[in-house]
Write a protein that binds this ligand. Sequence first.
Ligand code: ADP
Length: 296
Amino acid sequence: MRDEYSAATEEITGHFSENESTEIRGRQLVSRDHRKTVGDIKVDNPRIQCRDVSVFYADKQALFNVSLDIARNEVIAMIGPSGCGKSTFLRCLNRMNDTIDICRVTGQITMDGVDIYARAMDDVVPLRAKVGMVFQKPNPFPKSVYDNIAYGPKIHGLANNRCELDEIVETSLKKAGLWKEVKDRLNLPGTGLSGGQQQRLCIARAIAVSPEVILMDEPCSALDPIATARIEDLIDELSRQYAIVIVTHSMQQAARVSQRTAYFHLGYLIEVGDTKQIFTIPHHQLTEDYITGRFG
Ligand code: ADP
């Protein structure tokens, strides 16, 4: 453990001056009033790169100069107290904030090197297929299970005939771990499924349009522990194929499902790092306060 502590101290002393850090229980931590992100925001071969992203709702700034890479095939968790900008940040990644009139986004976000806020990308439909989203409350369309999945591929022209569409529906439901439960009721309404099944249906719907990234905004907060465990297992499986960015208010969930964790505080990305490091030896005092239950 001493080695990990001294590595952490070295990282801090390397990036922050003496008056920016404080020694706590024999360990150097960045002081509470510093807002520069601690930890490595970069990854090798990123899928998404965010640089200096700020978000305003009318005159109120909700996110301050966030820079962060999202890797391919990683699960990265966004944690922090309520109202600290986690969902706002998530919504920047597929331009969902465009749907809020008073919302303005500055800075740069690229996906595979392409600026997703460039004029040429103003048709956001293809972007939202590439960067799918799953919400807090399962929101199946008021359609059959089959049509919930088939709708996206139909609009995006991903199937040439009914047979190909059937194939996409089956594969997506299988990937979402729902096929066995619904294969005999594909024509029944999606809204008739249990909460956990509805959430997996929404995940299958996102998968059906061949995304590269899946955004999940507290996907288990409306689910019971068993349904939650199924979604968490699914996240693990899906991460082999997709990058997953998950907002969660549960630190236990972040620890269970993610490889990296980003801690937000009052609109600032305070710290990012390996999930285990964030939860055992955080480098910023604000992260330490949060994970030890002193804040939020
Ligand atoms: P979190 O996901 O961490 O709970 P949010 O991103 O939802 O935080 O909110 C960050 C800040 O932005 C909060 O102060 C919130 O009130 C504000 N905010 C979020 N959405 C809107 C909106 N649609 N209109 C105005 N302000 C908003």
